[in-house]
Ligand binder design. Structure first.
Ligand SMILES: *Cc1c(COP(=O)(O)O)cnc(C)c1O
Length: 364
C-alpha cells in the first residue's frame, strides 16, 4: 500500500531524538509556556525571516486569533477563496466577520485577483490569500491592491511552510499569517499545533494575550482571551522536525517535478505556477475527467489518493447563506481534482508505480 502521506516512516527515523526531547521536558516539568516553547517560537520565526512569531494551539486558532489581533470583527467583510479547507472560512465567522467567497486562478488554484476586484465593497476590511497545496498566491498584486484599498491581509499558510514568492518566504507579506502544524502538514506536530506571524509588534502582543487568557504575566488579565497556547511537548517535536525541513521540502519538489514531467506527456493538467512562485507541494494535485474511476483503479493497485476538497466551502451547508454568485472555476474543477501520494519518504520505485498507473488510466 502506498499511502497519501506516511507519518510512520518518518517517526522511525526521528524516534530516538523525539523520545529523548520529550523525556527531557518531562523531567523538567515544563508543560505550559516556558523556554522550550520560546526556543521553537524563535526558530520558526527566524526560519521564515518573519518579524514577530507567536505559537498557538492549531491552525484554525492561528487564523481567528490573527484576525482578531489585527482588529477584524463584527460588521467586516473578509474576502477568501472558496477552494480551501473549511477552517479558513470558520476563522472569519469565529471573529463575527462575514466571509465573501472568491474564485481561483485555473492554472495554480490560488485566489483570483480579478474576482477580488469584483467582490470588494466599502465593508471589505481584509483578504485571506490561501497558499493552497503549498503554491504561493499572487502576493505582489494582492499586496498592491490591498495598499490601494486600505485592506488588511492575513495569509493562510497552513499548507505552505517555506514556500517563496519573489524569493521571499510566504507568511511575511501580510499584516499577519496563520500556520498549521497538524500532523500531516509539511511541518507536522504529534497532535494539534499552530503559529502566527505579525508585522507589527502591537498586533503580536495582542495575539500573545489572546491565546493566554488576556495576559502576558501571571495575573495581568488586560483583555478577554482564550486558552489557545502551543503545547511545549509539540514545540520540542517541531524543533526537531524543523532541522529536516530544507531536505524534506526539496524532496517534495523533486517528486512534484517528476510527476509534472510524466503527466505532461498525456496532457493531464497539474499545478502550473509562474516562475516567481516556489511551491512546497503539501498536495500534488492533478485534474482528470475520470476522477472517480481513476481513484478506484489506483485503490485496487494499492495506491491511496485524496480529494482536496470534495466540496467548495461556499457549497457547504453552514456557508450557503454567504454565497453571493457562482464561482465558475472553483465549481468546474471540483469534480476533476485528485491528490496523489507525496511525502519526503516516498521512494522512487513507489513513485514510478503511481506514475505508471496514472499514465495507463487517467483521461485529461
Ligand atoms: C489545515 C488547514 C487549516 C487548519 O489548521 P488546523 O491546524 O487543522 O486547525 C486552515 N487552513 C488550511 C488551508 C488548512 O489546510
Amino acid at each position: 500500500m502506498i499511502p497519501l502521506c506516511d507519518l510512520k516512516k518518518q517517526y522511525s527515523i526521528l524516534r530516538n531524538d523525539i523520545l529523548e526531547a520529550i523525556d527531557f521536558l518531562c523531567k523538567d516539568s515544563a508543560f505550559i509556556n516556558g523556554k522550550y516553547l520560546e526556543k521553537f517560537e524563535e526558530e520558526f520565526t527566524s526560519s521564515h525571516n518573519a518579524k514577530f512569531g507567536v505559537g498557538c494551539a492549531n491552525g484554525t486558532a492561528a487564523l481567528s486569533i490573527a484576525l482578531e489581533a489585527i482588529g477584524i470583527g463584527r460588521g467586516d467583510d473578509v474576502l477568501l477563496p472558496s477552494h480551501t479547507f473549511v477552517a479558513t472560512a470558520e476563522a472569519v465567522c469565529h471573529v463575527g466577520a462575514t466571509p465573501i467567497f472568491c474564485d481561483i486562478r485555473p492554472d495554480d488554484y490560488t485566489i483570483n485577483i480579478d474576482d477580488i476586484k469584483q467582490k470588494i465593497t466599502p465593508n471589505t476590511k481584509a483578504i485571506i490569500p490561501v497558499h493552497i497545496y503549498g503554491t504561493p498566491c499572487d502576493m505582489g498584486t494582492i499586496m498592491g491592491f490591498a495598499q490601494e484599498n486600505n485592506l488588511l491581509i492575513v495569509e493562510d499558510c497552513a499548507q505552505s511552510h517555506f514556500a517563496k514568492y519573489d524569493d521571499q518566504h510566504i507568511g511575511t507579506f501580510g499584516n499577519a499569517a496563520g500556520f498549521s502544524f497538524y500532523p500531516g502538514k509539511n511541518v507536522g506536530a504529534y497532535g494539534d499545533a499552530g503559529f502566527m506571524f505579525f508585522k507589527n509588534a502591537d498586533h503580536a502582543q495582542i495575539a500573545q494575550r489572546l491565546i493566554n487568557h488576556g495576559r502576558l504575566d501571571k495575573f495581568d488579565h488586560e483583555i478577554i482571551g482564550y486558552n489557545q497556547r502551543l503545547d511545549p511537548i509539540q514545540a520540542v517535536i517541531l524543533s526537531i522536525k524543523l532541522k529536516h525541513m530544507h531536505i524534506w521540502t526539496k524532496r517534495r519538489q523533486e517528486i512534484a517535478s517528476k510527476y509534472d514531467e510524466a503527466f505532461a506527456k498525456i496532457g493531464v493538467k497539474t499545478i502550473t505556477a509562474s516562475s516567481n512562485k516556489v511551491g512546497v507541494y503539501h498536495v500534488y494535485n492533478i485534474e482528470v475527467s475520470n476522477r472517480d474511476n481513476l481513484r478506484d483503479v489506483l485503490k485496487i493497485e494499492g495506491i491511496a489518493t485524496g480529494i482536496h476538497y470534495p466540496q467548495p466551502v461556499h457549497k457547504m451547508k453552514p456557508f450557503l447563506k454567504y454565497a453571493r454568485s457562482p464561482l465558475p472555476i472553483t465549481e468546474a474543477i471540483s469534480p476533476r481534482i485528485l491528490s496523489l501520494p507525496i511525502y519526503p519518504e516516498l521512494t522512487d520505485k513507489e513513485q514510478l508505480k503511481v506514475i505508471d498507473f496514472v499514465l495507463k488510466s487517467a483521461k485529461p
